[in-house]
Design a protein around this ligand. Structure first.
Ligand code: PEP
Ligand code: MN
Length: 333
């Protein structure tokens, strides 16, 4: 249950009321809200004088639900770009799987700048399946991304793999990415709840939609209202493609949550040959953003080599998206 308190209720009073209902106190604009378990369906009459509006909830998808906020949250990504709201924008995020060296970052950053792509991606702490694979450049990589931002003026997004370096990622990045394997890490979710930067949470490949959105609830109830969801494919019986992109799940998220939605065709498909078609299909879903892996020479990439597009492939794909976006009332930015 969400109890929206009147704007006149002070922080001290909100904390006191929060304790009495076993609820979390969350500031939302000019007021406080108390969020209890969704099992609570009513509060005693002594609370009524402090309450502006009550939202009874079916499940613990609460702050993220459209029954609490009917319009999609609008989130500032820095450098004049926003995601969500009612703008009808589909934000393109592109860049390599991993930050590998200055030359690689400079080449792709120059391409993205030329195409006016507003957000560059690149992992510096890689959650690899094998301990013998490239694990990322760490803080050195974060500095390379930050230098590219200074040189080219876009925003950057990079992932946090575990709680040991979450502070460094928060310091350097504009948008914090929580990966599919990290989305259950409560140390990360807690740190991101306290951060003042947008957070993009990727759906774990064995995660139900309920669990996915509840991970977002940890960040939202921790005090950070800027959360974006990213569908990147789930594991099914199919093995010919790397994962199965759950577009039905995307329809659910669009219908029932107020969080902007980004789709990641690169990790879902896992192979270069399908990415362009899949990206156009994603765009036709009328979503808030796309995240695509791009590398100057994918064949030598240190991670996810099979799925990264080269510069020519990405450029061709990028130019084909405008018409698809337009057909569903959106613009690629
Ligand atoms: C990535 O974005 O490079 C990545 C590791 O993605 P995921 O967490 O979805 O596997
Ligand atoms: Mn990757």
């Amino acid at each position: 249950m969400i109890l929206e308190l009147k704007p006149t209720v002070s922080a001290d009073k909100a904390n006191d009321l929060g304790k009495r209902v076993n609820g979390i106190v969350v500031q939302d604009g000019d007021r406080f809200c108390l969020v209890t378990s969704s099992k609570v369906k009513e509060v005693s009459s002594e609370f009524k004088e402090f309450i502006e509006q009550e939202h009874v909830m079916d499940t613990d998808i609460q702050l993220a639900s459209r029954s609490y906020k009917s319009t999609t949250r609008k989130i500032d990504l820095g450098n004049g770009k926003t995601i969500g709201g009612t703008t009808g924008n589909t934000v393109m995020i592109a860049g390599p799987c991993s930050v590998e060296d200055v030359k690689q970052i400079d080449q792709t950053a120059t391409l993205l700048n030329k195409l006016s792509v507003g957000v560059m991606r690149g992992g510096c702490y890689k959650p690899r399946t094998s301990p013998y694979s490239f694990q990322g450049l760490g803080i050195e990589g974060l500095k390379m991304l930050a230098d590219a931002r200074t040189a080219h003026g876009f925003s950057i997004i990079t992932e946090v793999r575990d709680a040991t370096h979450v502070a460094d990622v928060i310091e350097y990045t504009d948008i914090i990415q929580i990966g599919a394997k990290a989305m259950y890490d409560h140390g990360i979710l807690k740190a991101c709840g306290a951060a003042r930067k947008p957070v993009m949470i990727k759906r774990g490949f064995g995660t139900t939609l309920q669990e996915f959105v509840q991970a977002a609830e940890f960040v939202l109830s921790g005090g950070n209202s800027d959360v974006i969801l990213c569908e990147r494919g789930i594991r099914t019986f199919e093995t010919k493609t790397r994962f199965t992109l759950d577009l039905c799940g995307v329809a659910f998220l669009k219908e029932y949550t107020n969080l902007p939605i980004i789709l990641d065709p690169s990790h879902a498909m896992g192979y270069r040959y399908g990415i362009a078609d899949l990206t156009r299909a994603c765009t036709a879903m009328g979503i808030d953003g796309l995240i695509i892996e791009v590398h100057p020479i994918p064949e030598v990439a240190k991670s996810d080599a099979a799925q990264q597009l080269n510069h020519a492939e990405f450029t061709e794909l990028y130019h084909s998206l405008g018409a698809v976006a337009k057909s569903v009332g959106r613009t690629i930015i």
